[in-house]
Design a protein around this ligand. Structure first.
Ligand SMILES: Cc1cc2nc3c(=O)[nH]c(=O)nc-3n(C[C@H](O)[C@H](O)[C@H](O)COP(=O)(O)O)c2cc1C
Length: 432
């Protein structure tokens, strides 16, 4: 039986989130561009004129729940663990910089390969060079990601400062529109943008709307992930930038009101499945969870299939998940050279699997010792797992009685006034 949440949302979620679509290509050449294809989209209205869609039905559930892209965290190994816990959550890669893809084109598997079990999966790329973004999308296309996403939210000095991309791109919506157009023209899957609600003092609701309007008018981008706090580019570390600027969920819900033709995923500060389902009930098109999915994967992801998608859970116990992961892990060790990846890298995503459970502290201490000498994941687990009681290892997901109760904190804040695009304002001034 489908969950109430899934049944309601599947009725009106844009079709591209149910299926994978490919776009007919309309191309023009770029100077010195090899075989890249760029597509111009002058407005949402003429999209149908320039692109015909064919549908490849991959039978994934829509992107109601996704795990955020997180550098050094959502690598192949974490994503494998996450997929063992939830069959339907959408996974995002860490950000891969376009120049890395372009300059490592002989070595792409290292950056782009993933196991087919990770579908549905979105590749996040970063960059600010149109040609490289287009080329990166073209090179990534053969890996069959289910969506390509552009990072417009990272505030790190390396990225938004020296690199001039990430959150800094929000200052130039026209460029982002053109970049998305270039990316879309060089891949066969939908494209999306992940952004903040503003940057520095460019943080009004109208400026956010101008960004969405401009990007979606100049490109086929119909999905935006909104990290509902602004980024401060001067002085705050990336970690502080995920805590200090206040969350303004009212901006997110106002976007749903003002751009009904666009799909918006909410992100930021969502820590449990109750909040996920509450946000969906309040009208969110999708919910993205970052830190909670990494720091407490069992409790955050274990209920996604049943509570969000109304599907059966994998019903695996953590002992079974670890058995599966061990086979994957031992087959991966040393794949890219001596100690690449290492036992430590493979074990890292497992270390939060027993968050707040009896035996967790002892397990982590044993893990610390074992990581100094174990050469396989099998021997690591054999040496450490006796710290965890059998009932913890063998239980499947426990349904939390509070699931489904309550509302979404922040939704009651006063929404900003409705957005009127510059074009609409001009038309009303001249009385058209
Ligand atoms: C360690 C770490 C790395 C991150 N790396 C990225 C990244 O590569 N790309 C991106 O768009 N966001 C990145 N983020 C931000 C998250 O995707 C997400 O927007 C943020 O953590 C807020 O969501 P949360 O409150 O659910 O964690 C990162 C966050 C963390 C904690």
């Amino acid at each position: 039986m489908k969950s109430a949440v899934y049944a309601v949302y599947s009725a009106f979620i844009p079709r591209h989130l149910h299926n994978i679509t490919t776009h007919g290509k309309k191309t023009f050449d770029i100077p010195n561009g090899p075989s890249l294809r760029f597509k111009r989209f002058h407005s949402c209205m003429d999209e149908d004129l320039v692109c015909s869609r064919t549908t490849i039905d991959r039978k994934y559930f829509p992107q109601l729940f996704s795990i955020a892209p997180m550098m050094d965290w959502t690598d192949n190994h974490y994503r494998t663990l996450a997929r063992l816990i939830s069959k339907h959550a959408w996974l995002y890669t860490e950000m891969v910089v376009a120049e890395t893809i372009v300059h490592q084109s002989e070595n792409l598997d290292r950056f782009l390969a993933f196991s087919p079990i990770q579908h549905p999966i979105v590749l996040q790329i970063g960059g600010s060079n149109l040609t490289n973004l287009a080329k990166a999308a073209e090179l990534a296309n053969s890996y069959s990601y289910d969506e390509i996403n552009l990072n417009c939210g990272c505030p790190s000095g390396k990225v938004a400062g020296h690199g001039c991309f990430g959150a800094r791109l929000m200052f130039d919506p026209e460029f982002v529109g053109d970049a998305m157009s270039a990316i879309a023209s060089n891949c066969d899957v939908p494209v999306s943008v992940k952004c903040r609600i503003g940057v520095d003092d460019r943080d009004s609701y109208d400026e956010l709307c101008n960004f969405i309007h401009t990007v979606s008018s100049r490109s086929p981008t119909k999905h935006f992930i909104i990290h509902a706090r602004k980024a401060l580019l001067n002085g705050l570390s990336p970690a502080a930038n995920r805590k200090v600027p206040p969350l303004k969920y009212e901006y997110y819900f106002a976007l749903l009101r003002d751009f009904p033709e666009i799909c918006f995923t909410i992100n930021g500060g969502i820590t449990c499945i109750d909040q996920v389902t509450a946000a969906l009930r309040e009208g969110a098109n999708g919910v993205m969870v970052g830190r909670a999915a990494y720091n407490n994967p069992w409790n955050t992801l274990g209920h996604v299939d049943s509570e969000v998608y109304g599907a059966s859970s994998s019903n695996l116990s953590r002992r079974q998940i670890l058995e599966n992961y061990q086979m994957y892990g031992d087959s991966e060790l040393g794949k890219y050279g001596p100690n690449k990846p290492s036992v430590r890298q493979m074990v890292k995503p497992l270390l939060n699997l027993f968050h707040s459970e009896p035996g967790n502290g002892l397990w982590k201490r044993k893990a610390d010792t074992a990581l100094r000498h174990c050469t396989t994941i099998k021997s690591f687990l054999e040496e450490t797992l006796d710290a965890i009681p059998d009932n913890v290892l063998d239980s499947t997901f426990l349904r939390n009685p509070s699931i489904g109760e309550g509302g979404f904190a922040g939704i009651n804040s006063l929404p900003p006034p409705p957005y009127r695009s510059c074009e609409k304002q001009t038309l009303s001034i001249i009385g058209a």
